[in-house]
Design a protein around this ligand. Structure first.
Ligand code: PBG
Ligand code: ZN
Length: 273
């Protein structure tokens, strides 16, 4: 993934200082554990990499908004987002891990938790465990409409989270199904999501607009690794202008109705804005 690297905790602090100085709204953390196992145990370990990173960032930069991605795929040896039971991802069995991960992030200082796994019922499970432990004020940003997209390729390579067998189509959504996206958003809001996200962004601008018209909550859009990498690759080949393509893509997402955008262009864009 062009220009994006795995960071150690001390490198993360330097990165976050830059991000804050540029006036960017916040960061989202993804973790890469030293070892992966069948039960994603590093995802919810008290001293897991994200939990350690959170404490370090909050200590050096207490005012930087820190969101955590809550999922299991970076932590499981098989690379799936949930628990494998009889050769298949078991939705309900995965909820306990997700709730435990979200709670451990809240304990370590996360400002917002963002479940990205797409298991049904995970927003309710996370809301319950946070409330039961005194974290009523930690909001949930749900990746509510997340499609089984080929555009996650560069991220999976960077995060070493490609599934070792099968694919994610039993839990992520069918790119052709727009109505299901609206149902998923409605369900997540009923379960207690405070903000929702559509992912990827540019191939799903119609759904950002649909969601904007139907739901009166903050809506984010995630311009994913493949969307970003295509623009960077074309620019490196001299085929398109990097900065103009970057701004045109971000503008389209904003125009469709997104209130906020997760993008790997954040620093480049902030420098020019
Ligand atoms: C974890 C997760 C993924 C991305 C964000 N969270 C990978 C996936 O679902 O396979 C992709 C982000 C990107 O492509 O930039 N579930
Ligand atoms: Zn995942």
């Amino acid at each position: 993934m062009p220009g994006n690297y795995q960071l150690s905790v001390d490198e993360l602090i330097t990165e976050c200082e830059e991000v804050q100085a540029l006036g960017i709204g916040g960061v989202i953390l993804f973790g890469l554990p030293e070892s992966k196992d069948e039960s994603a145990s590093e995802a919810y370990a008290e001293n897991g990499i994200v939990q350690r990173a959170l404490r370090a960032v909050k200590q050096s930069l207490p005012n930087l908004l820190v969101i955590t991605d809550v999922c299991n795929c970076e932590y499981t040896s098989h690379g799936h987002c949930g628990k494998i039971v009889d050769g298949d991802v078991d939705n309900d069995a995965s909820l306990e891990w997700l709730a435990a991960a979200a709670l451990s992030h809240a304990r370590a200082g996360a400002d917002i938790v963002a479940p990205s796994d797409m298991m049904d019922g995970r927003v309710a499970a996370i809301r319950k465990v946070l409330d039961d432990n005194g974290y009523q004020r930690i909001p949930i940003l749900s990746y509510a409409a997340k499609f089984a997209s080929v555009f996650y390729g560069p991220f999976r390579e960077a995060a070493e989270s490609t599934p070792q067998f099968g694919d994610r189509r039993s839990y992520q959504m069918d790119p052709a199904n727009a109505r299901e996206a609206m149902r998923e958003i409605a369900l997540d809001l009923e379960e207690g999501a405070d903000m929702i996200m559509i992912k990827p962004a540019m191939p799903y601008l119609d759904l950002i607009r649909d969601a904007r018209e139907r739901f009166d909550v903050p809506i984010g859009a995630y311009q994913v690794s493949g969307e970003f990498s295509m623009i960077v690759a074309a620019a490196r080949n001299g085929w398109i202008d990097h900065d103009r393509a970057m701004f045109e893509s971000l503008t389209s997402i904003r125009r469709a109705g997104a209130d906020f955008i997760l993008t790997y262009f954040a620093k480049d864009a902030a420098k020019l804005l």
